[in-house]
Design a protein around this ligand. Sequence first.
Ligand SMILES: Cc1cc2nc3c(=O)[nH]c(=O)nc-3n(C[C@H](O)[C@H](O)[C@H](O)COP(=O)(O)OP(=O)(O)OC[C@H]3O[C@@H](n4cnc5c(N)ncnc54)[C@H](O)[C@@H]3O)c2cc1C
Length: 449
Amino acid sequence: MQRRKFIKKSIVQLGTVLVAPAVLDSCNKEDTKVKRSVIVIGAGISGLAAARKLQDEGYPVTILEAQDRVGGRLRSNRDLGIAFDEGASWIHGTDGNPMTDLAQKAGMTTFHTVDEDLVAYDLGGTLINEAVFDEKEAAYYAMLDTLKNDGNATKSFETVFLERYPQYANDRLWRFFLSTYLTFDLGDLDKMSSLLYNEGEEFDGLEKIATNGYDAIPRYLATGLSVQLNQRVSAIDYSGEKVKVTHNGTVSEADLVLVTVPLGVLKKNSIQFTPALPAAKQTAIEKIGMNCVNKFLLTWDTAFWDNVQYLAYTPEIKDKFNFFVNVKKFHPTVNALMTFAYADAARLTETMTDAQITGEIMAHLRDIYGNNIPEPTGFLRTRWNTNAFTYGAYSFTAVGTEMRHFEDLARAVNDKLFFAGEHTEVDYFSTAHGAYLSGIREAEKIMEL
Ligand SMILES: Cc1cc2nc3c(=O)[nH]c(=O)nc-3n(C[C@H](O)[C@H](O)[C@H](O)COP(=O)(O)OP(=O)(O)OC[C@H]3O[C@@H](n4cnc5c(N)ncnc54)[C@H](O)[C@@H]3O)c2cc1C
C-alpha cells in the first residue's frame, strides 16, 4: 500500500546526506575535545539512529528504553512462525529512502508489493469491475488534488468533503478509498485538516514489504550501543547544569538529553519536564494529531482467496477489515491474510475480544467467498491506542495543525534538551524513514553545538 501516493509534488533530490550510508562506520578523525554525555530516551529507530551516530563520533551515549526490547514501533511478532510486523511493514518508495540501504545492511528481506495486483468485492461477493474501480480511483485522486482549494483551517476533511462532494458520501467504493487510502495513511477524517491533508514528501520507487521482520533494522542499529531496557522515564529536569532523568525511581545525569518518545506519550504528559516545556512546543504537542491503526494476522490450513496481493471489500461499516494483504504472495507456504482497522474503528477493536474480531473478519470473508470457508487456525492483533509507550500509531495533520508545529516539536530547548521521532520531521512525519532522519538530524545538531 503506497502511503501518500496521492501527493504529486516533485521530490527534492535527497542525495547522500539522507541516505547516511556510513552510519555504522567508526570515526577515524582524531578528536581530542571532551564530548558531552548524552542520554537518549527511547530505543525506537529515531533514538537508535541518533545514538549510533553520536557514539560513532565519540560521544558517551546511554539509551533508556521503557520496554523489554529495542525497536519501538518497528516490532515483529513471530508467534505464528512468520514475522508479523505490528508497526511499520513497508518501505514506502525505495529510491533515496534511507530504509533501503539500512534494510540491506541489516539483512531485512523485502518483497515488492504491486498496488494494482488487487481484486475488489462489493457486498454479497460481487466482483467490482476493474474499469469501474480504476475510473472511481482516478476520480478520487482528482478530488484529493482539488479539495484543499475549498479547505479551511477550522474545518475537517470530512466536513469539506461532504459539503463539496455529497454525491459520493454513500458510494461504497468511494468510502473504501477514503478509508484505506486516506484514513489508513493519515488519520481520522473528522479530525484531519482540510488544508493540510496532502502535506509531506514521498520517495519515488517501489513499495517493499519486510518479509523477515522490520525489527532487523533496530536490532542492527542497536549493536554495540549501551541500551538499558525496562527503564521508564517519568521526569526530566533540565533546570541545572546537568540534565537529570528519573527512570524507575533512579536519577541519571547527562550533559544533554534527546527525547524520542512518541507524540502520544507527550500528549499524555507521561513525562514531567522541569521547567515546563516552552509554550510553542506544548501547543504543537496539542495540535498535531495522533491516529490509530491496528493490524490483524490470520492463518488457515488452506488458502481460499484469490491469488492476488490485495483484496478490497466495500462493507457498509467503514474503517475496518476492508483491505487484506495476501501474505502467501511473499511466504508461499503460509496461508495468511493481514487486515487492518483505522481511526475510531481501530480504537474500538481494542475493547473487543479475539473471538469478536475474528467473527467480524470472517463475516466479511464469508460474504466474499461463501459460508464454507474454514475457520482460522491462528490470530495475532495489535493494540496501539492503549499501548502506554505509544498511545496511537503515528502523527497526522489534524484541524488546527500548522506545518510549523512539526518544527516546533523538533526545536531544542536551552541547547540541552533535544527532540526526535517521526512527529518531529516536517517532510516525512508518520514514517519509519522520517523517524530515522529525525534521529540523524538531532545527532548532527548536537555535534554542531
Ligand atoms: C500500525 C503502524 C503501521 C505503520 N506502517 C508503517 C509503514 O508501513 N512504513 C513506514 O515507513 N512507517 C510505518 N509506520 C510508522 C513507523 O513505524 C514509525 O513512524 C516509526 O517506527 C517511529 O519511530 P520513532 O523512533 O519515532 O518512535 P518509536 O518507534 O515509537 O520509539 C519510541 C520509543 O520510546 C519508548 N518510550 C516511550 N515512552 C517512554 C518512557 N517514558 N521512557 C522510556 N522510553 C519510552 C518506546 O517504548 C519506544 O521504544 C507505522 C506505524 C504503525 C504503528
